[in-house]
Design a protein around this ligand. Structure first.
Ligand code: NOJ
Length: 568
């Protein structure tokens, strides 16, 4: 007999889609605390340049098994996620940023089994793996580009940006590559130019072609399934360029490569970038993954846009404006932090990476470099936001720039010599101990270690309670357990003080005060915290430099001294 109710599914089946949907939403946004923070907001990230971290097979170049072998070091240091710069197959013109296969590992670093092993080793120590994704360009040896250049009618022709010259032998417009020379290279056989924002061996993908978009989104999905917890997105602002190819405005002077300066008005920062970031984010959300952006911006409004109007783009656009404060200036840092704190997303602080002169050199004064390295560590690791450390920063690694052009490995250092020495100096092997080659490899490494490896290395510094390494470890341990540091708001203190950078991190009646003497003379600072709800505050030091002290609410600091104190 026909039963009407048989057409109506039982209640649990009717609710199933809603239940599944809400489970899915919870999976994407699973908070790790009562304040609703996500895993990446509690995490400390650490950038690894795989060529230079640890060399397990002693061929002079680091590898994935090397990284696996250092997982306990990273865990003890207090790292929760490692971002590995590109380790995909690559001709290595730009040391991995010229990818010839997005779905594999370069044999120089190992293979996919080593990768899986590394993910497993990380998991055991609660360390997530973040890969570097290079969406703007491939290598000129990528099969897509090889096909693209094979003929004007090739299946992949429109995967890249091909144009006729303005006149015979003349590029389509005046755009220059950021790495030197015209951004256009003529392909003789098909008599058209292809566009490359970076080296000629890094042709730009054409993101206006939906097939490119699909292939790239699928690539990220593939890695998430393999256990990756997110991506650092390379050069996101250059994904699109003006289809009309208008000339960029030329500015006075020349750059280090000898090219005329120009404003990259018609080939960077197109609004379409944000649509693509939203799509990449949707895929990331399926796996509770995080997207970190290489977001060079000149003001906070620009940075703000990368979070997405509805918080639906990058969770972690890096604040590179912080790295442009290249002197120990409390006033400049306060301005910068206040601006970023007012943005609509979670701040992400870096003080160094594989493209920047090491923070040890940028902030060091030549005499007090170790004290300053500790000061800078205590500083950016106690701010509200997620820090991304650069390998070796925790032991005070310094730049080791080449002194002769013939020793330079980074191509921009050869074409721009001597004004531009390239980026080799900040990419030298990790200094593990005082043995030859700093214990990185039994063979001469691809780049030489600086003489300071004898004193600035993991083994030696582990034994010294006052080392940079132990300062980093102590601060990282504190920030993992102290609620005010993990969750708390940021309030600048004593804003007129030209020497002592100080701030309060507070959360639900608990507070931590950080005072950093950014000058070469001893300083005292007194704090009135009544406005912050601590009328008769006394400070209980948690971490301090050897001569720093607190009495009541007064702090005494030696030159470049630091104090992190609980407010009682
Ligand atoms: C930014 C990377 O950090 C840099 O090392 C690379 O050369 C360019 N993007 C091109 O991919």
């Amino acid at each position: 007999m026909f039963n009407r109710s048989s057409l109506v599914p039982p209640l649990f089946l009717r609710l199933l889609p809603i239940l599944l949907c809400s489970l899915f939403t919870v999976a994407q946004t699973k908070p790790v605390d009562a304040a609703g923070h996500q895993w990446w907001q509690h995490a400390v990230f650490y950038e690894i340049y795989p060529r230079s971290f640890a060399d397990s097979n002693n061929d002079g170049v680091g590898d994935l098994n090397g990284i696996s072998s250092k997982m306990s070091y990273l865990h003890e240091l207090g790292v929760d996620a490692i971002w590995i710069t590109p380790c995909y197959p690559s001709p290595q013109v730009d040391f991995g940023y010229d990818v010839s296969d997005y779905l594999n590992i370069d044999p120089m670093y190992g293979n996919l089994a080593d990768f899986d092993h590394m993910v497993g080793d990380g998991k055991k120590r609660h360390i997530r793996i973040i890969m570097d994704f290079v969406p703007n360009h491939t290598s000129d040896q990528h099969p897509w580009f090889l096909d693209s250049k094979s003929s004007r009618t090739a299946a992949h022709r429109d995967w890249y940006i091909w144009r006729d010259g303005k006149a015979p032998g003349q590029p389509p417009n005046n755009w220059i590559s950021i790495f030197g020379g015209s951004a256009w290279t003529l392909d003789q056989p098909t008599n058209q130019f292809y566009y490359h924002f970076f080296y000629a061996q890094q042709p730009d993908l054409n993101w206006r072609n939906p097939a490119v978009e699909t292939a790239m989104l699928d690539t990220t999905r593939w890695w998430y399934k393999r256990g990756v917890s997110g991506f650092r997105l390379d050069a996101v602002d250059t994904l699109f360029e003006d289809p009309g190819l208008q000339d960029n405005p030329v500015l006075p002077g020349t750059n280090k490569q000898g090219d005329r300066n120009m404003k990259f008005q018609y080939n960077t920062n197109f609004p379409e970038v944000h649509q693509e970031l939203q799509k990449l984010r949707k895929v990331a959300d399926e796996s509770d993954a995080v997207l970190i952006g290489e977001t060079w911006t000149s003001n906070v409004a620009e940075l703000d846009r990368y979070y997405g109007q509805n918080g639906d783009e990058l969770q972690m656009p890096m604040d590179f404006m912080f790295t442009t404060v290249n002197k120990l200036s409390p006033a400049d840092f306060r301005r910068q932090i206040a601006a970023v704190d007012s943005a609509h997303g979670w701040p992400v602080f870096v003080i160094g990476n594989h493209d920047l002169v090491r923070s040890y050199n940028r902030y060091g004064d030549g005499k007090n470099n170790d004290a300053i390295a500790k000061l800078m560590g205590a500083f950016y690791l106690t701010l509200r936001g997620t820090p991304i450390m650069y390998y070796g920063e925790e032991i005070g690694m310094e730049n080791n720039d080449p002194t002769r052009k013939e020793d330079v490995k980074d191509p921009i250092g050869r074409t721009g010599w001597p004004a531009e020495k390239g980026r080799d100096g900040e990419r030298t092997p990790m200094q593990w101990d005082a043995a030859p080659n700093a214990g990185f490899s039994k063979r001469d490494p691809w780049l030489p270690v600086p003489p300071s490896y004898k004193t600035h290395n993991v083994e030696t510094e582990s034994k010294d309670p006052n080392s940079i390494l132990n300062l980093y470890k102590n601060v990282l341990a504190l920030r993992h357990t102290n609620e005010a540091l993990l969750e708390g708001s940021y309030a600048a203190l004593n804003e007129d003080d030209p020497n002592v950078m100080s701030y309060l991190r507070s959360y639900r009646g608990k507070a931590v005060l950080v005072a950093l003497n950014m000058s070469a003379t001893p300083q005292k600072a007194t704090f009135n915290l009544s406005q912050q709800g601590f009328a008769r505050a006394t400070l209980k030091p948690l971490i301090a430099s050897p001569e720093a002290s607190a009495k009541g609410s007064e702090v005494t600091l030696e030159p470049f001294g630091l104090l992190i104190a609980e407010v009682k």
